[in-house]
Design a protein around this ligand. Structure first.
Ligand code: C5P
Length: 235
């Protein structure tokens, strides 16, 4: 059962074990936020934890960034849909056939998660992508892969808040944009590079904000979530 609320905040549950993840989740409400389960927590705790979160009423973004041959990615997306997740993602550089296969698998499911593509990882510099054979500006590659993702049936992409305006303009206003790299005013930046505040990211057109440490490492996570919600109220 997915929540019927429309929270824009997706909290990244980047924890090493179920107890730590649930200790945070117990303080939250599905009306306030959605939850993201990434590789570390999923590899440690698996689908049972995801189902537990869904049964508590939360929408879950399964952030496993599938990238493999079309048949394998389609089967993994089908499994994610069967698990009942709200959003799942794949790497756009897996190509058109892989994304189309993922989309077909989801369209055939009774429960249809949003299908989101990752374009260029924000950790990759111009030099890093040159080293893997792409002599192109990262921003140009982001736009190319976002177009391919849209044409291959994806609902949207993960992108930096700085890319939101351009992608809404160049792709489509209803193309779902999910943005990490969000830091409330005054929060520690950590290892994120090109950040915006939640209010700035939403004003730019971001549909969902992925926020981890500013909430998970806060002394009072619920207070931190409520502050972010308040900051965004008038947008
Ligand atoms: O703690 P923080 O707010 O930086 O967490 C951001 C979350 O978004 C992490 O789970 C991270 O893996 C994820 N993410 C990201 N940048 C991307 C894609 C995903 O920070 N380009």
């Amino acid at each position: 059962m997915n929540s019927t609320h429309d929270s824009k905040i997706i909290i990244a549950l980047d924890f090493k074990d179920e107890a730590s993840a649930l200790a945070l989740v117990e303080q939250l409400e599905p009306s306030l936020c959605r939850l993201k389960v990434g590789k570390e927590l999923f590899v440690r705790c698996g689908p049972l934890l995801v189902k537990k979160l869904i049964n508590k009423g939360f929408d879950v973004f399964l952030d496993l960034k599938f990238h493999d041959i079309p048949n394998t990615v389609a089967a993994a997306c089908q499994a994610a849909a069967d698990m009942g997740v709200w959003m799942v993602n794949v790497h756009a550089c897996g190509g058109r056939k892989m994304m189309q296969a993922a989309n077909e698998a989801i369209q055939q499911s009774s429960h249809k998660p949003l299908l989101i593509a990752v374009t260029v990882l924000t950790s990759l510099s111009r030099q890093d992508i040159a080293e893997i054979g792409l002599d192109i500006e990262p921003a140009e590659q982001v736009l190319r892969l976002a177009r391919l993702a849209r044409d291959s049936g994806m609902d949207g992409v993960v992108c930096s808040p700085q890319e939101v305006k351009l992608l809404k303009q160049e792709i489509a206003q209803d193309f779902t944009l999910v943005t990490p790299g969000v830091r409330p005013a005054g929060a520690a930046i950590g290892d994120q590079q090109r950040i915006m505040t939640p209010a700035q990211a939403l004003s730019a057109g971001s549909d969902y904000l992925v926020i981890g440490r500013p909430i998970t490492a806060a002394p009072d996570p619920l207070y931190a979530v409520n502050n972010i919600i308040k900051e965004c109220e008038n947008i």
